[in-house]
Write a protein that binds this ligand. Structure first.
Ligand SMILES: *Cc1c(COP(=O)(O)O)cnc(C)c1O
Ligand SMILES: [Zn+2]
Length: 425
């Protein structure tokens, strides 16, 4: 294959064959799939026409919103080895009330919760599981706050592989655990937080002979790049000024940065039009926000990360260095929001009738904050990425609506009589 694995540390830049299946460089740095050779040969106008033709195809791999872009994912990967559930193809919503409230020119939400298992993780998982199977791996391993677990459990089933999942024994949303269990993965509950699970997986995955599918795996991020390309196609290449997403382990922002960099290198967009990335973290789990405030001259580790948005309850983000590059390259920003702000934003978003899980709603909370501080302006076109499905975390939703928040929609209980019914109508 033409593309290779390359260390992201500028002081190193070692290269390895893609087939080596490595996750980390000898120097300990993160690796990424380097497509420079393919990009140099890509005739963009042609590729756009090919993409146009593939859009709306009825059969795999073109019907997948990930594999449609396969020329820049794993170029040369055999089509018949693709394990796909036709993931991607997610909707873009415009909720006009929210645009009015945020006072921006245009506001859209791309809903990655509409993937087969209810989160964007499926976009990365289809690629990493196809790849692992092709390399001859028999079993997959991950640490998860829940959505990776649901996704790997599903794709392992499609591939006929075993999946081992380490998740915190507490504080994982029920919707996600129930998927992992029901889909047949081996769920191992660890008395510790996500970071403790991740540390075990990153340090010992390969010595255990298991293929690690966390976002430390550079191949997984290749699939997640397609969120950006699919979005831009849906927008007919009308580029937004801002793309806002939640940040936990920082795999997604790294993938977004890479997707934008590659289409810039291919000459599709001018640097002056480059959408800026805004990563939103929860106040109680904000190591990347802190690093941003220090201009990325320092790195932070939070041993006790805590937030209601369990998908981003991460104190030691594994993709820090790639994510910092993505923020720098897109002149992006990192903001933090409180759990109250997240849940209020969720109430507003849910009320539009589609909704999303708490971590996703940090995007709207962050937008309101970045508008208030003037970093995002009234003339801006903004896209928020909703990362997970509304039904993933019903506990958080129902607890909020039983609280005394002015946005709570409390239900009432009555006796089965007309009198009582009339009283509440
Ligand atoms: C995994 C996940 C995130 C965090 O993404 P990272 O790539 O780890 O930063 C955010 N929201 C949801 C719903 C997720 O499942
Ligand atoms: Zn290196």
């Amino acid at each position: 294959m033409k593309s290779v694995l390359k260390c992201v540390q500028s002081s190193c830049e070692r290269k390895y064959p893609l087939l080596s299946g490595r996750n980390l460089c000898e120097c300990g740095g993160l690796l990424e799939v380097d497509h420079s050779e393919v990009l140099a040969q890509l005739r963009w106008q042609n590729w756009m026409r090919i993409l146009e033709r593939r859009w709306g195809a009825k059969n795999l791999p073109d019907s997948s919103g990930v594999w449609r872009y396969r020329d820049l994912i794993l170029p040369g990967f055999p089509d018949e080895k693709i394990i796909s559930r036709a993931e991607g193809n997610t909707r873009v919503y415009e909720f006009s009330k929210l645009a009015e409230m945020a006072a921006v020119r245009k506001l859209m939400f791309k809903h990655e919760g509409e993937n087969p298992t209810g989160s964007f993780k499926d976009r990365g998982m289809t690629v990493v599981v196809s790849w692992a199977k092709h390399l001859g791996s028999r079993a997959l391993l991950c640490a998860s706050t829940g959505n990776t677990a649901a996704s790997v459990a599903s794709y392992a089933r499609a591939a006929g592989m075993r999946a081992y999942i380490l998740m915190p024994s507490e504080r994982v949303a029920l919707g996600k655990v129930s998927q992992a269990i029901a889909y047949g993965a081996r769920v191992i509950k660890v008395r510790g937080n996500f970071d403790a699970c991740m540390k075990l997986v990153a340090a010992h995955g390969s010595e255990l002979g298991l293929h690690v599918v966390n976002s430390i795996n550079p191949v997984r991020l290749e699939g997640q790049k397609t969120i950006i390309w699919e979005l831009l196609e849906q927008l007919h290449w009308q580029l937004p000024n801002w793309i806002i997403l939640p940040g936990g382990n920082l795999g997604n922002v790294s993938a977004f940065g890479k997707a934008l960099r590659e289409i810039f290198l291919a000459g599709v967009i001018d640097y002056s039009q480059m959408p800026r990335l805004a990563v939103i973290q929860a106040k109680g789990a904000n190591p990347f926000y802190r690093a941003f405030r220090e201009n990325f001259t320092m790195r932070f580790v939070l041993p006790e990360a805590k937030t209601i948005a369990s998908a981003i309850e991460i104190g030691v983000p594994i993709n820090h260095s790639k994510a910092a590059q993505a923020i720098r390259f897109t002149r992006g920003v990192v903001e933090k929001v409180s759990d109250e702000e997240i849940m209020e934003a969720k109430a507003l978003l849910d009320r539009e009738g589609v909704g999303a899980e708490p971590a996703s709603c940090a995007t709207l909370a962050g937008l309101l904050k970045l508008r208030a501080s003037g970093i995002i302006e009234e003339s801006d076109f903004v896209v928020c990425i909703l990362t997970g499905h509304f039904l993933k975390d019903q506990t958080a939703t129902l607890n909020f609506h039983e609280s005394d928040s002015p946005l709570a929609n409390r239900s009432v209980v009555i006796e089965p009589t007309l009198d009582e019914l009339k009283k509440v109508l």
